[in-house]
Design a protein around this ligand. Structure first.
Ligand code: CS2
Length: 498
């Protein structure tokens, strides 16, 4: 095989034929979207749809300028710059086939801490029609304890005091919308792509709370003028590994320092509620609907919650990946029963979707043996995921007198996981969570007070006051501390005996 080529614009048309690449003229593409949070998911999903759109329709209005808000984003910024913002997307099929395609829709990248004013100006630029976000579930600065925007966050306080040197997304949005308003320019649409129910409404509510503190008149203008479409986003995108980089180099002849891998499945359901022009993403498979509520609820309560069920139980058991869990009949059965008995009864009907088919499809996707989706990724930031993915299913079942056993064991497992930081065999687990210290401290008190973990109000709200829940939880957490063999408890729930 010939020497492999560095990925950049100059080498694009010299890459081996098996690698698909953009055929549109990237030099004509203008920035129409500024995207905050250029992680793997953005690159496998929105940037992929947008690349496909440019490829099939020839539009040049919707290039993406990525923005990193954290210094930790410097690495991706540097790599993208070297590669003229090109990167490879490797789609891994369950049968083993791999399709590689270079994505060209990202055309610029800015690191906000290097030049905040430039980022604000880019967002407020007349060509920017959309500012989209993947800032993670925790990035919205919402406090489950109060149900409100957390004004005590030190970065938020910094931004309120320094409007032109912001650190948070709220500071950037406010400063750039203020710029639009001051020159009489219409605002851009703010489009969330995170796994939160009503992600657009949530963004709007949080931004208005921030803006009202800074400039009440601007807040009223935002309330009147800015659109925040809700959306459901979906594509499983595991963390890139050195072997993915190696595969591209040795099998495809491409040297790419940070490719992205993903499953073949992709879905994007969006409310058609934009302030100005928007890309015709429907021509490349996205769905525009008047109300996204049932879709997002279905996805978050089945897929994301299903991931957390496997992630926490599987970590304690000693599994490493989602497909590893699915190859274990106990875990696969447990997951399906959780979906059927606890998640489904509190879902609404979704027009045009048969929930049984949807769940069958999820089981297949989770089982894809080529997507080695690490449980560490799934358990990352559980403190901001579980309140959105799993706890609402428990509280709604408590209200209707439904089953809570499957989900409650996950909370008990999370307590054990946060306290011990190991699997049942004592193998260390890589726990990454903004609340790691608080979770660990609360969980460590369990032997003295079985409910101590649940007293973490920012995570559990008032759940600790619900007696039906605390009785079930106490039984499970005590049993787990006595014998960390999580499989035994799963069997007891499934089959009613040990
Ligand atoms: C996962 C999601 O982070 C998680 O816990 O459930 O990243 C999931 O893979 C995506 O939402 C799939 O669309």
């Amino acid at each position: 095989m010939k020497e492999s080529l560095r990925l950049n614009q100059q080498n694009l048309y010299r890459l081996p034929a098996r690698v698909a690449r953009p055929t549109y003229d990237r030099s004509r593409v203008k920035v129409g979207i500024v995207h905050i949070g250029v992680g793997g998911f953005h690159r496998s999903h929105q940037a992929f749809y947008t690349d496909e759109l440019m490829e099939t329709t020839g539009t040049t209005e919707w290039g993406i300028c990525g923005v990193g808000l954290r210094d930790a984003d410097r690495k991706i910024g540097d790599i993208l710059k070297k590669q003229d913002h090109l990167y490879s997307l490797i789609v891994k099929h369950p049968g083993g086939q791999m399709e590689t395609r270079v994505i060209g829709s990202l055309i610029d990248f800015m690191l906000s801490c290097d030049d905040p004013a430039a980022v604000i100006a880019r967002m407020a630029h007349p060509e920017t029609k959309i500012v989209s976000l993947t800032i993670t579930e925790g990035g919205y600065n919402f406090s489950p304890a109060t149900g409100e925007f957390d004004l005590k966050n030190p970065d938020v306080r910094h931004d309120l005091a320094n409007p032109m040197l912001p650190r948070t997304i709220f500071g950037y949005l406010t400063a750039s919308l203020q710029q639009c308003r001051s020159v009489g320019r219409p605002p851009f649409t703010v489009q969330s792509c995170d796994n939160i129910q009503h992600n657009g409404d949530m963004t709007r509510r949080m931004l208005l709370a921030f803006a009202a503190k800074q400039d009440p008149e601007l807040a009223r203008w935002i309330e009147r003028e800015v659109c925040f479409p809700n959306a459901m986003v979906d594509r499983i995108t595991p963390v890139t590994t050195p072997s993915d980089i190696e595969y591209l180099d040795t099998e495809c002849g491409v040297k790419d320092e940070w490719p992205v891998t993903c499953e073949p499945f992709i879905q994007w359901v969006i409310e058609d509620h934009f302030c100005g022009a928007r890309p015709a993403w429907e021509t490349v498979g996205a769905q525009f609907v008047p109300d996204v509520t049932p879709y997002e609820k279905m996805k978050i309560r089945l897929l994301n919650a299903g991931h957390s069920v496997l992630g926490l139980l599987g970590s304690i058991h000693g599994h490493a990946t989602i497909d590893g869990c699915m190859a274990d009949p106990l875990f696969a059965t447990y997951l399906r029963r959780f979906m059927d008995f606890e998640a489904t009864p509190v879902l609404d009907a979704v027009e045009g979707i048969d929930l049984d088919d949807y769940k069958d499809c999820l089981i297949e996707r989770f089982g894809n043996p080529n997507i080695k989706d690490n449980l560490a990724r799934i358990c990352l930031e559980s403190s901001s995921k579980l309140p959105k993915f799993l706890i609402p299913t428990i509280t709604e079942n408590l209200t209707r007198g439904g089953s809570i056993e499957y989900a409650t064991l996950v909370i008990a497992a999370w307590c054990f996981y946060s306290d011990k930081g190991t699997s049942r065999h004592g193998a260390p687990l890589d726990i990454v969570d903004d609340l790691k210290a608080e979770l660990n401290k609360a969980a460590a008190d369990t032997p003295r007070d079985p409910l101590s973990f649940l007293k973490l109000k920012p995570v559990f709200g008032d759940l600790v006051r619900h007696q039906t829940f605390t009785t079930t939880y106490t039984r499970m957490v005590n049993a787990l501390y006595e014998n960390p063999d999580i499989a035994r408890q799963m069997q007891t729930i499934l089959f009613g005996q040990e």
